[in-house]
Design a protein around this ligand. Structure first.
Ligand SMILES: C[S@@+](CC[C@H](N)C(=O)[O-])C[C@H]1O[C@@H](n2cnc3c(N)ncnc32)[C@H](O)[C@@H]1O
Length: 272
């Protein structure tokens, strides 16, 4: 059982991950990161911290499973319905005259947020001219999205959120259900390009009209939040929109002054 790892352990872990996989977790918020490392190691039945380091160093498949247990992947279809209403009414409608609508969903987890966006765009008649980039550090999550299969237990929340979002159809129009699982309609994913990427990677191709990055920054320390918000600012067209989670903020970022507030309650910003 792994418990009570200290800052020196965290540093050695980050060094091993960085040297072996060129992925940097060193600017994640320390207290929650330590807790997550212990939890991930224990979920994977690793007896000691030393064994954990060795497995990560030598076994790529184990490393990917470790990351999948390390990150917080909580998500929902139409999570925070008032956000989705505001997004539709204050942002998406502004794209009607665009020839192409370019959207980046950053930290898309297992895809519920991405699929909610696709449903919104379909219902507004804008999906066909949308090009969506979905990025995620957890490769298992990306694989799950491509299969589009979800536990039917998520339906109660999904249907209630969709109703509160005031969608135009029924949520059941977007999936088929068999044996306790739902498969989302695959045409919701046709305009999506998936990439396994760390948000600290400034090498994101293209410019975007909208970036959704909700409930991700909260796991980063201020230095990493600052760099990521800088990447977002560089990746947006002038007058492009950025939406972050309700508990997150861009106000302490050096790039915060490059944005104006569109909705304080829903944390939606527009690049100047
Ligand atoms: C709590 S979930 C939020 C999912 C979704 N955005 C939502 O709000 O429902 C956070 C997601 O961010 C991803 N993530 C964490 N660190 C990341 C990083 N450095 N780069 C890209 N994605 C990251 C996690 O793997 C996880 O899927």
């Amino acid at each position: 059982m792994i418990s009570d790892i200290d800052l020196i352990d965290v540093k050695s872990l980050n060094k091993v991950i960085n040297e072996t996989y060129s992925v940097d977790f060193s600017d994640y918020a320390t207290t929650s990161f330590k807790r997550r490392v212990e939890k991930a190691g224990n979920s994977l039945h690793i007896p000691t911290f030393e064994v954990l380091l060795e497995k990560i160093k030598t076994d790529t498949n184990f490393y990917e499973r470790f990351v999948s247990n390390l990150v917080v992947d909580t998500t929902e279809f139409f999570r925070d319905p008032s956000f989705w209403r505001k997004l539709r009414e204050e942002v998406i409608v502004k794209f009607r005259a665009n020839n192409t609508i370019r959207i980046w969903v950053a930290g898309c987890s297992s895809g519920e947020e991405l699929l909610s966006l696709a449903i919104l765009l379909k219902e507004e008649g804008l999906y066909d001219k949308s090009k969506i980039l979905a990025t995620e550090i957890n490769e298992f999550a990306l694989m799950k999205i491509k299969s589009a299969v979800y536990d039917a237990k998520s339906l109660e929340t999904a249907e209630s959120n969709y109703e509160r979002y005031e969608g135009k159809h029924k949520f059941s129009d977007y999936y088929t259900e068999i044996n306790g699982e739902i498969t989302m309609k695959l045409d919701l994913l046709t305009n999506v390009n998936f990439q396994a990427k760390h948000l600290d990677d400034s090498n994101i191709p293209g410019k975007y009209d909208l970036i959704l990055c909700r409930n991700v920054l909260i796991y980063f320390n201020p230095a990493l939040q600052d760099r990521v918000i800088g990447n977002f600012s560089n990746s947006l067209f002038p007058s492009g929109y950025l939406a972050i989670g309700v508990k997150e903020s861009i106000s302490n970022s050096r790039k915060g002054n490059e944005f104006v507030v569109v909705s304080q309650e829903e944390n939606i910003y527009k690049k100047k």
